[in-house]
Ligand binder design. Sequence first.
Ligand code: FAD
Ligand code: DLZ
Ligand code: SF4
Length: 507
Amino acid sequence: MPRLILVLGDQLSRDLSALREARPGDVIVMAEVMSEASYVRHHPKKIAFLFAAMRKFAHALRAEGLTVAYTALDDPDNGQSIPSELLRRAAEHGASEVFATQPGEWRLISALDDLPIPLRQLPDDRFLASHAEFEAWAEGRKELRMEWFYREMRRKTGLLMEGDQPEGGKWNYDHDNRKPAQADLLRARPPRFDPDDITAQVLDLVEARFPENFGRLRPFTFATDRDGALQVLDHFIAHALDEFGPTQDAMLQDDPFLNHSILSPYINAGLLSPLEVCQAAADAYAKGRVRLNSAEGFIRQIIGWREYMRGIYFLEGPDYTARNALGHHRDLPPLYWGAPTKMNCLAHAVGQTREHAYAHHIQRLMVTGNFALLAGCDPHQVHEWYLEVYLDAYEWVEAPNVIGMSQFADGGVVGSKPYVSSGNYINKMSDYCKGCAYKVAAKTGPDACPFNLLYWDFLARHRDRFEANPRIGRVYGTWDRMEDDRRRTIRAEAADFLQRLDAGEPV
Ligand code: FAD
Ligand code: DLZ
Ligand code: SF4
């Protein structure tokens, strides 16, 4: 009797644990379904990327001689959800058992658990740390610091290790990084891929079926198969990795990609493995082609942050996305969907997100995330926004970054302090402020940068929680040393700004 092997849209890896189970006669099930395409209003580029990549992955499996039952979105028999497609295919092929690799979202894990036919969810071993390993690491620790977890992953993989010691004698070279960047017309841009026939068909489908979703569909230049993803990797290693470290926190309004890799969409969908990407960076260092602080910083993002975030998502459980430790309830303002704003940093971070379904880490954390936190936006709305707008967004990685790192809504599981800053940080790391209607140096008054007002207002509102925090508590000394009048002015101007924001004014 054949068995069904489920392959989800972000499981496009030939050595997926479920695919390793496939025996002759088994049927691989892949389905474009509305339940997945609409649980949030994904950016059109994200839907197109996944559908094109799924179609090409199915072709490659068929070329190997495997049987694939593929359902396109507009197939009239499409049950439009993963469980209904599994049941339909089970009846069609007389299958009585399903193998799946555990999905990266609690919602889908429980939907598969509830299926009325036997289904085995196998571990997703494309990640370095299993759930059991992460739980064992977290067990009994007062703080779950990424840095300690990262060292375990370095030892486990042997990446940038000399025996049991880190390459160069230090685990972390971030003090050589975090520099601003200069505009550079010669800086290499990520490779662009013209849509082939399959991608062109998918673009037409997405254009017709998701016309209201936020984001520009065309031009669409992402790679949609493993060969293309490997080209992006090679290009990054050859042209951008060396400069990655120093410029990774920098922001330039006319250079959305800087020296970032733009590899997260491919890694998260399964077209590249995290380990092969890190190995390529380590090899480039070993051959003297890139500096150590860049190779180390890049590898830390993947075997450190990426794995750590997944560990937190599964450790904390299905209620994680509902957390709201700071009691924030403001609606996310329309500027997040492109409504006009005078704040140049936000206008660019959102505009680029609409255009490319991409923003790099510091734009997500210190511009869009920082503003939502300072303004007291509802973290669940913030979470849904990030899940919608980025090509690389899946709940297992997006939620800990947003609910935890960016919005402090988990009360400090991921971050020991909230990531908040005044305009000063943005000015130091970017060229946004030069072209802004507000003045970053103005702390009060009609031209004052809103980040300056909201920063102090946030700290004052949450004094009870943060005053004793060793990493941020000292700033209350600065606040207390201000004249009473100045403190009152800041809070009154912040309240006025928030009122205008709520009223839908183009602040
Ligand atoms: P690079 O800067 O080139 O970094 C290399 C790789 O490191 C990335 O491809 C990614 O795989 C990994 N990485 C770096 N930082 C992180 C991190 N904090 N968590 C996990 N992996 C990391 N990343 C996602 O993959 N999906 C998301 O939905 C997502 N949402 C985010 C939301 C917020 C508020 C923040 C602050 C960060 C989020 N990140 C997310 C992490 C990070 O912003 C992206 O991984 C990165 O910008 C992807 O672009 P890149 O491939 O050019 O990364
Ligand atoms: C994100 C996404 C979208 C837009 N569409 C599909 C789809 O039609 N079929 C599918 O199998 N997967 C899709 N995905 C990816 C899933 O949402 C993803 O597997 C889960 O969120 C778990 O990470
Ligand atoms: Fe952003 Fe303030 Fe700078 Fe304007 S002045 S770009 S609002 S940080």
